[in-house]
Design a protein around this ligand. Structure first.
Ligand code: LMR
Length: 349
């Protein structure tokens, strides 16, 4: 009986205390814990971050990591809500949604940005970058600086460049020589340079949003496409494409952007924490993107339903030569300064 008596006594004393204080827990337990939580709730800042790829990709993982770092660095005051796989907006609708303030953050592929600001087409030029080192020079040098400047007058705040990787060709038919492109329909991201690229190869470009690629390839609405290893792997495109050619003919990367009016309204201490989280995420994204594309290429090589051909140096030289006219066709839209910066970058080493 004794334990029941003690419990009863504790309950009665607790109730009495609550009645005397008008059920004000702050008077009982001190005001800090109670008030802080309520303040935090009112002041919580939500950043909706929409993207179109799977979670298990360089961009998907970077978005999650950024959200975690922001939450930790701001003690939960800022919540980054990540919407992957195009569940909120597709790659064609996410830029207008950002500008309208429906969402606060996106990380579109350069190709998508080039539809709004043609200067970004420079990043889509075939064989613009020989390797990741060239890409890094572009991000950190004159090209990156000039491209970020173009965002300023468009209500977009450029936060970072994130990597995915070099693009490879996939198709229902083998692609090895330039003649193999003729008559085939290739899915592209909406981009004028990519359109010219495939027309130059006597193929037909068909633009479609990323989340429609698998079903449309399955339906036969396109014969092939170009994408990074991680996108091909995570979207299981090998189930609808029998052949892949390692061509490294273009680079797929992202500009991480926030709605600028939203950014400007954030308190300076929060802006600083967000930038800190972004820098850490971007450094991590560099390692992750390279590692993922490498390890997933190994997994693709193990598949018996996908034939992989690696372009020989001679074949690559032929492709590069054949795609040269794409530069002249887009030089004016890209602008002299950026074209010169790209030329200089390629002269280094
Ligand atoms: C694509 O549409 O193929 C890619 O841009 C998707 C992405 O964002 O990586």
């Amino acid at each position: 009986m004794r334990p029941f008596v003690s419990i009863g006594l504790i309950v009665i004393v607790g109730l009495l205390a609550a009645v005397l204080t008008g059920f004000r827990t702050d008077l009982l337990f001190g005001s800090r814990g109670y008030d802080e939580e309520q303040e935090g709730l009112k002041q919580r800042i939500v950043i909706k971050f929409s993207h179109v790829v799977a979670e298990n990709t360089p961009k998907g993982l970077a978005a999650e990591r950024f959200a975690k770092l922001v939450r930790e660095k701001t003690n939960g005051r800022v919540e980054v809500q990540v919407f992957p796989n195009g569940i909120l907006y597709s790659d064609t609708t996410e830029i207008p949604a950002l500008l309208d303030g429906e969402i606060q953050m996106i990380a579109p592929a350069f190709s998508m940005l080039s539809n709004v600001i043609p200067a970004w087409s420079v990043m889509d030029l075939p064989y613009a970058f020989r390797d990741q080192q060239d890409v890094e020079k572009a991000f950190q040098g004159e090209i990156g600086k000039k491209l970020f400047q173009t965002l300023e007058s468009r209500n977009m705040k450029g936060l970072a460049f994130w990597r995915n990787g070099f693009k490879q060709m996939t198709s229902r038919k083998p692609i090895r020589t330039l003649d193999d492109f003729a008559g085939q329909r290739f899915r592209i991201m909406q981009s004028k340079v990519l359109e010219t690229q495939f027309r130059t190869l006597h193929a037909t470009p068909v633009s479609m949003p990323f989340n429609e690629v698998f079903p449309n390839l399955e339906k036969g609405l396109a014969d092939g496409g170009e994408n990074t290893i991680s996108n091909i792997y995570s979207k299981r495109l090998y189930q609808v494409q029998k052949y892949m050619t390692i061509s490294n003919h273009g680079y797929l990367g992202y500009a991480v952007i926030m709605n600028e009016s939203f950014w400007n309204k954030l308190p300076p201490d929060i802006q600083a924490k967000i930038m800190e989280a972004m820098e850490e995420t971007t450094a991590w994204n560099y390692q992750t993107a390279l590692a993922m594309n490498d390890s997933q290429l190994k997994l693709l090589k193990e598949r018996t339903d996908l034939q992989i051909h690696v372009l020989t140096p001679e074949e690559k030289a032929q492709w590069q030569q054949a795609l040269q006219p794409v530069y002249a066709a887009h030089a004016e839209a890209i602008g002299k300064e950026l074209m010169t910066s790209l030329e200089q970058l390629r002269k280094q080493r």
